[in-house]
Design a protein around this ligand. Sequence first.
Ligand code: NAP
Ligand code: GDD
Length: 341
Amino acid sequence: MKTAFITGITGQDGSYLAEFLLDKGYTVHGLIRRSSTFNTDRIDHLYKDVHDPSARLHLHFGDLSVSGQLTDLLHTIRPDEIYHLGAQSHVRVSFDMPEYTGDITGLGTLRLLEAIRKTGITTRFYQASSSEMFGAAPPPQNQDTPFQPQSPYAAAKVYAHYVVKNYRDAYGLFVCNGILFNHESPRRGETFVTRKITRAATRIKLGLQQKLFLGNLDAKRDWGFAGDYVEAMWLMLQQDKPDDYVIALGETHSVKEFLEKVFQKLSLDYQKYVEIDARYFRPTDVNILLGDATKARDILGWKPKVGFEELVDMMVEADMELAKKEKTLHDAGYKRADNIR
Ligand code: NAP
Ligand code: GDD
């Protein structure tokens, strides 16, 4: 059976992809960062003790900033497929940490490509490109739409995207860019807007939180389900030829629409609880993203299973379950800090 190497395995997409590949019988190796607190929550359910001979998930400490170590890992693991999902992935944070974002989100990709080249391994490589790269380009956006990046994050992803294309042309590597539009899930990081909203609304419903502070409510995004999008990553690496694809649901909704929908589902009036806080505005934001995934549908045969309404339901239900557990803890004296989110 095949072996895969995943960077960013502890993130939202990494956890769904690891699940997907293990189900297909792959042995999966993942890169994780040393942290003083546990950062493997999203993959704990997949992990078996290393002493268990049936264990097919192996984790390696490392960092995308250290090229020699990436080279050593690829040399030892010799994966058939590499899914490069690791990144400083928060757009707002990229304005606070532009240099770090360029290093990890941009140069991190170059380091891995060089590691492939230097080890000489035969492998297939997936780059997590982003719809954020389209930036100010008018919708709908597909793989032929010129990029107009509006953040240090987007600029770093554009760099990585082009370096992938260059290594494909220059060295004949099997490398693909998946230009994924926003995808969410109950495992979405809590500082991204959809999860921030579903988490806050369900906590408000149970009396665990009073206010929700947000930024630009007019921005529009094409939001799909992360579980569907990891299948597209895999499909790209199963083709005869490497190529670039847009992956999107093909409908766009404003942050305000998402907000209203979530609060309505909980029979709450969002206007009573939501306040605008300028700290969540970005120096430049992306107004509207709407993807055209025709190429992926035609060539990969990819089709999303979860629509926008089902995604909202799924996230609200999961966060309501979480809020109920938290309420039990809260009633027993536990307090979560809201002010750092
Ligand atoms: P995420 O939840 O933020 O996960 C990011 C992952 O990268 C985490 O595992 C994180 O590790 C790891 N990471 C961060 N800095 C690292 C470093 N210096 N060295 C090694 N690993 C590092 O992101 P996601 O939503 O799963 O997205 C996956 C990828 O797709 C990212 O590259 C993102 O930019 C891109 N993308 C995402 C979307 C989307 O809507 N979700 C759309 C388009 C593209 P820790 O857990 O230790 O922090
Ligand atoms: N995070 C956040 N927090 N965003 C807010 C808030 C808030 O309080 N209030 C309004 N927004 C707006 C942002 O200004 C943005 O226009 C929109 O909500 C979506 O923000 P995020 O959920 O942070 O996602 P993103 O679109 O900036 O970036 C995500 O999608 C990209 C693909 O287009 C990330 O997952 C990126 O890694 C990914 O590449």
